[in-house]
Design a protein around this ligand. Structure first.
Ligand code: KIV
Length: 276
């Protein structure tokens, strides 16, 4: 099977086929996501929240992202891997943004990058595209803007911010981004944006009318003990299962019932005898 490309993603919108995307941050999880046939794996800067234990994504660095991208891309055979550009990696200058986007491709092994922001990012996106690197846009409740928003607040609820969202989506379309993540926006507004632009929309907290969907894998597997937003569906709840296994391990090791005979290795008795 050929790897999912930007053309495959664009075609899916034309054929009215939903696009699937999930985050992954390590080799084992990425291998499972890939085997499940998910179209795109996002090495998200949500790494900061669910893997590194930060309060938000602002502390995540390029080196963190490259380290985890390498683990994911070693596993992904068919899915397109998208590296998420962290805070300050594309804000200082267009030149730095291109250099950092290039690191995701050259060092991280990714096939595309994602960055947050709308009309204000058009020049940066065009420069990254000039370096032959496909770009995913990301607008709405963009987590790197948490301080500017004054918290994790749904965007586009009033006329002014709804207009801004539509304009930003159109700006991303004209910049050459091949799809756009819509995060934390009202369902009907996400529907309107999806109808208005020719590139696919990938929703998260944006209702059912987007062209595709993305979730943070730890949230949808029930593996994260922090705050879980309303839009998340837990497709399983691994946390209690993992806790049960960990407690079982502790009590068996303490009781001396693990490891048992069958977990050990044998050796020839005469070798052992010659030891003494
Ligand atoms: O970092 C991330 O996981 C993301 C998704 C939530 C879209 O940006």
């Amino acid at each position: 099977m050929a790897r999912i490309s930007t053309a495959t993603i664009r075609e899916k919108k034309l054929k009215n086929e939903k696009i699937t995307m999930l985050t992954a941050y390590d080799y084992s999880m990425a291998a499972m996501v890939d085997e499940a046939g998910i179209d795109m794996i996002l090495v998200g800067d949500s790494l900061g929240n669910v893997v590194l234990g930060y309060e938000n994504t602002l502390s995540v660095t390029m080196n963190d992202m490259i380290h985890h991208s390498r683990a994911v891309t070693r596993a992904a055979r068919n899915a397109m891997v998208v590296g998420d550009m962290p805070f300050l990696s594309y804000h200082v200058s267009v030149k730095e943004a291109v250099r950092n986007a290039g690191r995701f491709i050259q060092e991280g092994g990714c096939q595309a990058v994602k960055l947050e922001g709308g009309a204000e990012r058009v020049n940066t996106i065009k420069a990254i595209l000039d370096a032959q690197i496909p770009v995913v846009g990301h607008i709405g409740l963009t987590p790197q803007s948490v301080n500017q928003f004054g918290g994790f607040k749904i965007q586009g609820k009033d006329l002014e911010s709804a207009k801004k969202l539509v304009n930003d989506a159109k700006a991303l379309e004209s910049s050459g981004a091949f799809c756009v993540v819509l995060e934390g926006v009202p369902t009907v507004l996400a529907k309107k944006v999806t109808e208005e632009i020719s590139i696919p929309t990938i929703g998260i907290g944006a209702g059912q009318y987007c062209d595709g969907q993305v979730l943070v894998i730890n949230d949808m597997l029930g593996m994260f003990k922090g705050h879980i937003p309303k839009f998340v569906k837990k497709f399983t709840n691994l946390e209690p299962l993992i806790m049960e296994a960990l407690k079982g391990y502790k009590s068996e090791v303490e009781a001396g019932t693990f490891p048992a005979e069958e977990h050990g290795y044998t050796m020839k008795e005469e070798v052992l005898e010659r030891l003494y």
